[in-house]
Write a protein that binds this ligand. Structure first.
Ligand SMILES: *[C@@H]1O[C@H](CO)[C@@H](O)[C@H](O)[C@H]1NC(C)=O
Ligand SMILES: *[C@@H]1O[C@H](CO)[C@@H](O)[C@H](O)[C@H]1NC(C)=O
Ligand SMILES: *[C@@H]1O[C@H](CO)[C@@H](O)[C@H](O)[C@H]1NC(C)=O
Ligand SMILES: *[C@@H]1O[C@H](CO)[C@@H](O)[C@H](O)[C@H]1NC(C)=O
Length: 518
């Protein structure tokens, strides 16, 4: 009876073994633990188990003892801890009912060990890293994207792109090798966004990815612009403005004073603020600026582009006719022109240190930097000194205009006619005398005029010139010996003029400055 039951049981077992001839696939991942099931263990029979790998016993419940990583669990399944690639292979479970010598084969399993994806490395050429790890490239550059990763046995790589404008990720490239690259030539702002490389293990189907944010930077195409604006704290309050628009990201702007050799003593420098902004404003006043000085805005962009703009500061310099005569009862125009000043001056007319406003008596007009004061119905009281007062952050300059008023009384007219007749008669007498004694006069001119006299004539003309244009300016110190002005020195006057002028101006502004050398 016992034998019959056992026979039936063995028949059943052999039948099962036949059905399990099909190979069962098991995929494990490197480093992980896996358990291979020994299917259909004998019921109610305490059995011994062993496992074969590629036909060789690798674990058994009878000696030899299982290795560290391989162990047979109570239900006969094989546990492999810390999977390695060498663990891959054909596994078979065998059981031996206790006391019986024949091993019965059960499961037939194919274990494959997959690894990765690991070590995803992204490489974007031409790109520069920012502090937060984001990369940027210059607009227009050719950019190569490469991705590599490690996978066993193989992988599937995909480059995806996503930005705020795109709806979902867009596939850029796809490949099944261990590296995958693609190329963007003439990269544009639309290419800015997140680039992701997705790596998928073709065996385990495990997916890993790595992203990189890429920004496309560009410097403004136009030049930076230097300009100025009047402040609201009076004529010496100015804003120097530097702008450099349409770059991404915004540039860095700086205002500098450009020192001209020889270096002149100067006060505190312009607050050279370095700011990340498209527009940089700097408040200036007369204590930090000097005439003839160049101020410069240096504009830098993170892409390496650098540009600048500048302007040269000039003190006001009102010019005009310093002597004006008017007939009583008429209207007279005093004119003053202010074309030198940079930044532009505020120019007003003053009398007795009082600013003249538009009234029925005074009509003020300005046209193309020409400032006109019209005095209506001139009387003797209008006589005096009028000042064309011009001010900018560098300082103040005045042009004095002296108005003389001639009365038009009856007696005056008679005297006028008498004087005219007298002048004509004197002219005739001198003319006749000169004609009759012309020989002596010619000799006198020929031998009497020395080179010194000639020099004096030239210098006189020159100083008259100065009188007209530099009326408000303190006089130049006398040249050399004060008398003999040779032709050579006349040529020196224009070349010294700038230095002399600037020293005068700066004297007005600052008193601690030493006189420049002649
Ligand atoms: C990194 O910095 C850049 C510039 O400062 C910025 O535009 C970008 O959004 C930052 N990215 C992240 C992920 O913070
Ligand atoms: C690789 O991935 C693509 C899509 O991401 C898919 O169509 C393809 O079948 C995959 N190939 C393999 C071998 O997994
Ligand atoms: C790119 O990814 C970062 C985080 O990884 C995110 O903050 C940013 O908004 C993304 N940018 C775009 C354009 O999708
Ligand atoms: C001019 O001024 C005088 C004296 O102030 C005055 O008497 C005269 O009416 C004025 N004439 C005109 C045209 O305003």
């Amino acid at each position: 009876m016992k034998i019959i039951i056992l026979s039936v049981y063995l028949l059943l077992l052999s039948h099962q073994t036949v059905t399990e001839e099909q190979v069962q696939h098991v995929i494990g991942e490197k480093g992980e633990d896996t358990t291979l099931q020994c299917s259909s263990p004998p019921i109610n029979v305490s059995s011994l188990y062993q496992w074969k790998k590629n036909g060789v016993v690798v674990a058994s419940q009878i000696p030899p003892e299982p290795s560290d990583r391989l162990s047979i669990l109570n239900d006969g399944s094989l546990k492999i801890s810390g999977l390695q690639y060498i663990d891959g292979g054909q596994y078979q479970c065998e059981s031996q009912p206790e006391g019986f010598g024949t091993w019965q084969a059960h499961s037939n399993l194919l274990l494959q060990v997959a690894g990765g994806p690991t070590n995803i490395v992204l490489n974007i050429t031409q790109a520069t890293a920012l502090k937060n790890g984001t990369l940027f490239v210059k607009k227009g550059s050719d950019v190569f994207f490469n991705c590599s990763s490690e996978s066993v046995p193989s992988q599937n790589l995909t480059w995806k792109f996503e930005n705020s404008a795109s709806t979902g990720a867009v596939d850029k490239a796809f490949g099944s090798k261990s590296t995958l690259g693609f190329f963007i030539s003439d990269i544009q702002p639309a290419d800015q966004g997140n680039y992701t490389c997705v790596s998928q293990n073709t065996l385990s189907m495990r997916t890993e990815n790595k992203s990189q944010e890429l920004l496309v930077y560009y410097a403004p195409e136009r030049h930076p612009e230097c300009s100025w604006e009047k402040g609201n704290q009076g004529p010496s309050d100015f804003l120097f403005i530097c702008t450099w628009h349409e770059g991404y990201p915004v540039p860095t702007l700086e205002w500098h004073e450009v020192l001209k050799p020889p270096v002149i003593a100067k006060g505190p420098t312009i607050n050279s603020t370095s700011q990340e902004t498209e527009r940089l404003e700097v408040h200036v006043n007369r204590f930090i600026l000097t005439d003839g000085e160049e101020v410069k805005c240096v504009a830098r962009h993170v892409t390496g582009e650098q540009n600048n703009c500048s302007f040269t500061l000039k003190i006001p310099y009102p010019t005009g006719n310093p002597m004006v005569t008017a007939l009583e009862g008429t209207s007279v125009k005093l004119q003053c022109s202010e074309t030198n000043s940079l930044p532009p001056a505020t120019t007003v007319w003053k009398k007795n240190d009082t600013v003249i406003n538009n009234t029925s008596k005074y009509v003020l007009s300005e046209n193309d930097l020409q400032y006109t004061l019209t005095i209506v119905n001139v009387t003797e009281e209008d006589e005096g000194i009028y000042k064309c007062y011009s001010e900018n952050p560098l300082g103040v300059k005045e042009l004095d205009v002296i108005l003389t008023v001639k009365t038009t009384s009856g007696g005056g007219v008679v005297v006028g006619i008498f004087v005219s007749v007298l002048i004509i008669m004197i002219g005739i007498v001198i003319g006749v005398t000169a004609y009759t004694k012309r020989d002596r006069i010619c000799i006198g001119l020929g031998f009497g005029s020395s080179s010194e006299d000639r020099g004096d004539i030239f210098s006189l003309v020159d100083s008259e010139d100065e009188e007209i244009f530099h009326d408000a300016v303190p006089r130049l110190p006398p040249l050399t010996n004060g008398h003999a002005t040779t032709l050579v020195e006349i040529h020196r006057i224009p070349s010294n003029e700038d230095a002399a002028d600037s020293s005068e101006y700066t004297d007005q502004i600052r008193t601690d400055q030493t006189e420049p050398e002649q």
